[in-house]
Design a protein around this ligand. Structure first.
Ligand SMILES: Nc1nc2c(ncn2[C@@H]2O[C@H](COP(=O)(O)OP(=O)(O)O)[C@@H](O)[C@H]2O)c(=O)[nH]1
Ligand SMILES: [Mg+2]
Length: 319
């Protein structure tokens, strides 16, 4: 793919062409040879959109809320990025999500599902790129839905300007969210399925946990919603906007985005190194060194030392 062609796709995407936008997203999703060029081009124009992460346990209502939020934002070009960490196996679930969202999205939001190919670490670089592409294409807000179960998923959800954590009444959901590390990353809490008994109890549990762990200047508000009836969604959007204003006024937005870029660079290096480690270990030098370990000629430590030489740069990187 030539830079010219990529430039044309961006022009078209900016003009509202969904197919062009879809093509660009496919390129960064695959992280193939064109991804770096797309990322580069997107980075120049990105930084305008509000990025909202929505996370929580499966079935809490994230997709329903996400679809509703896109509408409540009143924006002309909202985008939804639904991340499924367990993909090939649950392709059906993605489709289900899509249909559920489409039912609620009356605002013509651009919706895209993204799956991990191979290891979850790939998402840590593909998702920031996808957000960048949507941003450069003029989408705003960009709402990223992830299942808040693993470390990678939680960190992806937290790589937003505003992170919304969804829990439901009962079953010690708040406690589970705490265990998953979701309490620390929440800027706004949602107790969804407020049509069920004891939604207020769930709010009280959250308040107590927040009292214990509260540190920063921003205290995460708790909003009760019944997403299937669109109840509380306007309040939720209002809290997200209040948080956006806080981010701007406090200077936290600049700090947060800076941290995010630094994390992304580190994630990219880590991913690249991990690939190279696999290549080295599975390649000829690796086989040879491992053979010597098997024959008790050298220790695993010595083998690692030998193979590490292949990773070390001959010249220090240029700043
Ligand atoms: N009773 C009730 N059910 C809801 C509510 N919000 C979502 N649901 C249902 O919960 C199920 C899971 O919703 P979904 O949005 O797919 O959750 P996700 O897995 O977190 O994305 C669906 O059957 C929804 O219709 C709500 O406010 N009240
Ligand atoms: Mg979902």
């Amino acid at each position: 793919m030539s830079p010219n062609h990529i430039g044309e796709l961006f022009e078209a995407a900016l003009g509202g062409n969904r197919r062009a936008l879809g093509k660009l997203l496919t390129m960064v999703e695959k992280q193939g040879s064109s991804a770096a060029m797309v990322s580069e081009r997107a980075h120049r124009d990105a930084g305008q959109a509000r990025v909202v992460g929505v996370t929580g346990a499966p079935g809490t209502g994230k997709s329903t809320i996400t679809g509703q939020l896109a509408g409540a934002s009143g924006a002309s070009r909202p985008a939804i990025l639904a991340i499924d960490p367990s993909s090939p196996l649950t392709g059906g679930a993605i489709l289900g999500d899509r249909i559920r969202m489409d039912n609620h999205v009356g605002c013509g939001a651009f919706i895209r599902s993204m799956a991990t190919r191979g290891h979850a670490g790939g998402l840590a670089v593909a998702v920031p790129d996808a957000v960048r592409v949507l941003d450069a294409a003029g989408c705003d807000p960009i709402i990223v839905e992830t299942v808040g179960v693993g470390q990678v998923e939680v960190s992806i959800a937290a790589a937003a300007d505003t992170t919304v954590v969804v829990v439901t009444p009962g079953w010690g959901d708040a406690v589970q969210a705490n265990k998953a590390g979701l309490l620390e990353v929440a800027d706004v809490f949602v107790v969804n399925k407020a049509d069920r008994p004891d939604a207020r109890g769930a709010r009280r549990d959250l308040e107590l946990m927040l009292d214990l762990g509260h540190r920063s200047r921003w205290r995460a508000p708790i909003v009760l919603t019944t997403a299937t009836k669109a109840e509380g969604i306007d309040d939720l959007w209002a809290e997200i906007e209040r948080h956006t204003a806080y981010l701007h006024d406090s200077g936290e937005l600049i700090r947060r985005r800076g941290r995010r870029r630094r994390d992304e660079v580190a994630d990219r290096i880590e991913l690249e190194l991990r690939d190279r480690v696999h290549q080295i270990v599975q390649g000829e030098p690796g086989e040879a060194a491992l053979g010597r370990v098997d024959r008790n000629e050298i220790s695993p430590a010595a083998a690692a030392e030998l193979l590490l030489a292949a990773l070390k740069p001959h010249n220090p990187p240029e700043g």
